[in-house]
Design a protein around this ligand. Structure first.
Ligand SMILES: C[S@@+](CC[C@H](N)C(=O)[O-])C[C@H]1O[C@@H](n2cnc3c(N)ncnc32)[C@H](O)[C@@H]1O
Length: 190
């Protein structure tokens, strides 16, 4: 458990959006749903304290590239120190195209999001999804998790509709009970 994560939540609740990092079981589900082992350019948005990062690195094929973009300077430093094999950028998902260009990364074929969509207003959700859609490779997978329960509420349903308006194919995994709170993964293709 990362104290840095809790500290960042207390400092910036609307940006961190969760008090507790995701579990290894949810990390495995994200990685599987995103097809990380066969992807050649993998991007993570909002690693927090690195709940998904280690699982991504463990599953990454040889010769594949990986970058992770985190807005909080403290958390970006934490993840970089914890996972020296990861290229961690302190940056913002709203500037995704700029970060990808600066890294000469090309188009990701898997984007895994740990971003707290429920804490974002409509404008910010739309701005970040536009950046994601503009950067994805044609056969790419975009994945993101949602807490089971709140997905029935108005904001949760609106987010699903937004995904369906943006992607040709939107699917979800079974619920991962070994997560606090239980969660599932949306995985989407253009
Ligand atoms: C709910 S935490 C998730 C952390 C981790 N992926 C997990 O599941 O435990 C959300 C993370 O997204 C980061 N974040 C929020 N807005 C962001 C943005 N616009 N660009 C990049 N990272 C952002 C926060 O700083 C925080 O670390």
């Amino acid at each position: 458990m990362s104290l840095g994560f809790v500290r960042e939540f207390l400092r910036s609740p609307a940006s961190v959006g969760a008090i507790w990092p995701s579990s290894p079981a949810l990390a495995r589900m994200m990685v599987r749903a995103s097809g990380v082992p066969t992807a050649s350019r993998v991007l993570e948005l909002g690693p927090g304290s690195g709940a998904f990062t280690g699982e991504i690195l463990n599953s990454l094929g040889s010769g594949s590239r990986f970058i992770s973009i985190e807005k909080s300077p403290e958390l970006a430093r934490t993840v970089a120190a914890k996972f020296p094999a990861a290229r961690v950028i302190e940056g913002c998902a709203t500037r995704l195209s700029v970060h990808l260009e600066e890294e000469a990364f090309g188009r990701p074929d898997a984007i895994l999001s740990g971003l707290p969509w429920a804490a974002f207003d409509d404008g910010l959700q739309a701005a970040i999804l536009d950046q994601i859609l503009a950067s994805l490779d044609d056969r790419a997978v975009f994945s993101t998790f949602a807490y089971f329960g709140p997905h029935w509420l108005k904001a949760g349903r609106a987010f699903r509709k937004r995904l369906e308006a943006s992607f040709r194919d939107v699917r979800r995994t079974e619920v991962v009970l070994a997560n606090i709170p239980p969660a599932f993964v949306y995985y989407c293709r253009r």
